[in-house]
Ligand binder design. Structure first.
Ligand SMILES: [Zn+2]
Length: 246
C-alpha cells in the first residue's frame, strides 16, 4: 500500500483513519488516536486532544515533531503521542500507527491466555500469540516507554497493552487501521467462545499461517478499510447504521 505522497494526503488519511476506527467501535470518548507519518519527515499527523475519533477534522489535527513538539495545530499533544513517535521511528517502513482502548482487547488481555486462531481474524498472527507490553498498565507517556513498546511490537501487525488497550501498525494507513480492528475482533470472538465453554477447535500452525496469507493480503485489508470509510460516511450523514457489532 502506498504511503501518503504529501502533507495534504497525510492529513486526509489521518481524518479518514480516525473515522474508520470510530465506525469499527474503537472509540473511547476522547481517548485513543491514530498517527500518520508526515511525508516531509517532520513527525506525525494526529488528532488534537479533546476530540473523539468520529469528531476529527483536518482543522483538529496536529503535526507533532519527533521530540513531541506541536509544529501545527492547537493545544498540547496527546500524552501518549510517544507511542506513535517511537513505533514509527523504530520502523521506517511504517506509514501509520494506531492506539486505542478497545474494550474487547482490554478484557481479553486480562485473561492472560494465548490468542488462538479460531477465526479468520485470529489468524492475523499466523498462529503465533499476539505480543504484549507488560512494562506498565499506565499511560505510555515518555519516550523510554514508547521505545519499550515499539520493541515489543517488533515486526508484528499489532500488540496488546494489558490493563490498557492495543497498538497496531501498517506500511499503509489502511493496514494499520485494519490490524487494530482485526485484533479487537479476534479478542471479542475468543472471549465469546471462552465464556461459553472450553475452546477446542482452532487452526494448527500450518493452517493459521496459510489463512494469514489467504485472508489478509493487502487487497483484503484495503477492501475492509474502504468498507469502514463508507460506513463512517454513512454514520456522519445520519443514514441507517448496521448493528454496532462489527
Ligand atoms: Zn492509551
Amino acid at each position: 500500500m502506498p504511503q501518503p505522497a504529501d502533507e495534504a494526503e497525510a492529513r486526509v488519511l489521518a481524518v479518514r483513519a480516525s473515522h474508520a476506527l470510530a465506525a469499527a467501535g474503537q472509540g473511547d470518548m476522547v481517548w485513543g488516536h491514530v498517527a500518520v507519518r508526515d511525508p516531509g519527515g517532520r513527525g506525525i499527523w494526529i488528532k488534537a486532544p479533546g476530540w473523539g475519533l468520529e469528531e476529527v477534522r483536518e482543522d483538529r489535527l496536529q503535526l507533532v515533531s519527533p521530540r513531541a513538539e506541536v509544529l501545527a495545530g492547537e493545544g498540547a499533544p496527546h500524552k501518549e503521542c510517544h507511542i506513535h513517535l517511537a513505533v514509527l521511528a523504530a520502523r521506517p517502513d511504517l506509514a501509520c500507527s494506531v492506539h486505542t482502548h478497545a474494550p474487547a482487547a482490554v478484557a481479553f488481555a486480562a485473561l492472560d491466555v494465548p490468542l488462538l486462531p479460531l477465526s479468520h481474524e485470529g489468524a492475523l498472527f499466523g498462529g503465533a500469540d499476539v505480543p504484549r507490553f507488560r512494562r506498565t498498565g499506565g499511560l505510555v507517556s515518555t519516550p523510554a516507554l514508547g521505545e519499550e513498546l515499539a520493541a515489543v511490537l517488533g515486526e508484528a501487525p499489532a500488540a496488546l497493552l494489558p490493563k490498557h488497550g492495543l497498538v497496531a501498525a501498517g506500511t499503509g494507513v489502511p493496514a494499520a487501521v485494519m490490524h487494530a480492528v482485526l485484533l479487537e475482533r479476534a479478542c471479542r470472538t475468543q472471549l465469546a467462545a471462552a465464556s461459553a465453554g472450553p475452546v477446542r477447535v482452532f487452526s494448527d500452525a500450518a493452517e493459521a499461517a496459510a489463512k494469514r496469507a489467504e485472508c489478509w493480503p493487502e487487497s483484503q485489508l484495503e477492501a475492509g478499510w474502504q468498507y469502514l470509510v463508507r460506513r463512517a460516511a454513512r454514520a456522519a450523514s445520519g443514514a441507517p447504521r448496521p448493528p454496532a457489532d462489527l
